[in-house]
Write a protein that binds this ligand. Structure first.
Ligand code: NAD
Length: 360
């Protein structure tokens, strides 16, 4: 299939593009390489997408050579295409460009069967300092994608939304009927984007699915997040520093679970028109997270605390029954396994990744 991943050089988009390329799809990754965190990670993501497509091509071509050699060697051999279908040979193309560029977005969306819209000004903190930016990118950019898709034969648009749409919890865990009163400009922009997706589904019949992600982590994650920061400090012999009292809770969701549900949506229409939580089942407070990392890397360090930051929700916790009943979604990596996998990856990639964490 032809798949467009906007924000395809970012953390989640990079993993999605790589996984689709590895499966032999034709992937286009659109990204403007926004420098709000170091673009070294984005370049890695692009390289890994290219590599995945190349490896897939090599293994598919190897198979195809065996088939045609068999055909040439035997005069009586009759090639049966149903028995030996042409191998899927995928591709990966990176396009440097902006989702606010309607003309470019229209061209790319028109060529795609399915669109995974990840491009965004991600993160709450930046939005508190620059409140207009998430509106420009996350709302106008999304409208460009949806509008192009309604004019073409797009089979599905899958939108990356966020638990930030909920804001102050009236009850936990949040189900999708929980009131949405975001407490940051970022949350407002994500809510507006998914409302547009719903309206484009209801009014124009465009199949859209909005996935509300809950704090995604894993290899190549944005370097300005708590997990990468705690790991970096502990490896450096410095105590992890927590903003606030550490009682804030999060559903940390491992990247492989996010990739899995997105892969399923390539062909599964059970969630069309829906918005749903995609979180993990083990909710954890930030203090415990810091302790898990500290205990693994530097047990003698005392955790430190500093002032809480504006715009961050005190608690996020996902009820994932809807994603489970519609898509059979079940997160498979718990926080301890995920943190341990991330630490392994961090240590193998420390040379290039750590400087990015330190400067973020
Ligand atoms: P990310 O910042 O790594 O990825 C976003 C990508 O979008 C970046 O590569 C950036 O360069 C690109 N981008 C930004 N503005 C653009 C523009 N105008 N045109 C084209 N590309 C642009 O963030 P991520 O963590 O991979 O998040 C991916 C999506 O998931 C975002 O929509 C984010 O809001 C959402 N999300 C992420 C999390 C999380 O915990 N990581 C949680 C909830 C929601």
């Amino acid at each position: 299939m032809d798949i467009l991943v906007t924000g395809g050089a970012g953390f989640i988009g990079g993993h999605l593009a790589e996984s689709f390329a590895r499966e032999g799809h034709d992937v286009t990754a659109l990204d403007n390489l926004d420098p709000y965190y170091d673009i070294g990670i984005k370049k890695q993501n692009i390289d890994l997408g290219r590599l995945a497509a190349q490896e897939q091509r090599e293994s598919a071509t190897g198979l195809s050579e065996t088939n045609s050699a068999g055909k040439a060697d035997s005069e009586t051999f009759e090639y049966d295409e149903t028995e030996h279908p042409e191998p899927d040979v995928g591709s990966y193309e990176f396009v440097e460009g902006d989702v606010r560029n309607a003309e470019l977005v229209t061209e790319l969306v028109t060529n795609a069967d399915v669109v995974y819209h990840q491009a965004a000004q991600a993160g709450v903190r930046t939005s508190v300092n620059q409140p207009r930016k998430p509106n420009d990118i996350n709302v106008d950019g999304t409208l460009n994608v949806l509008d192009a898709a309604r004019e073409s034969d797009t089979e599905r648009v899958v939108l990356a939304s966020s638990s930030s749409v909920y804001g102050k919890p009236e009850y936990l865990p949040y189900d999708e009927d929980h009131p949405t009163t975001p407490v940051s400009p970022y949350g407002v922009s994500k809510l507006a984007a998914e409302q547009y997706a719903r309206v484009y589904n209801e009014v124009y019949g465009l199949p859209t699915v909005s996935l509300r992600y809950f704090t995604v982590y894993g290899p190549r994650m944005r370097p300005n997040m708590a997990i990468s920061n705690f790991v970096s400090r502990c490896l450096d012999g410095k105590p992890p520093v927590i903003y606030g009292d550490g009682k804030q809770t999060r559903d940390f969701t491992y990247i492989d679970d996010i990739v899995g549900v997105n892969q399923q949506l390539l062909r599964d229409d059970a969630a069309d028109g829906e918005v749903m939580n995609v979180g993990s089942t083990d909710n954890i407070d930030i203090r415990t997270l810091a302790e898990v990392i500290r205990d693994e890397l530097a047990p003698s360090l005392e955790i430190e605390y500093t002032d809480a930051r504006e715009g961050e929700a005190a608690h996020t916790h996902a009820n994932i029954e809807k994603a489970n009943s519609l898509l059979g979604y079940e997160p498979s990596t718990d926080i301890r396994d995920g943190v341990s996998k991330f630490i392994d990856w961090y240590q193998q990639n420390r040379e290039w990744y750590e400087p990015l964490v330190l400067q973020s």
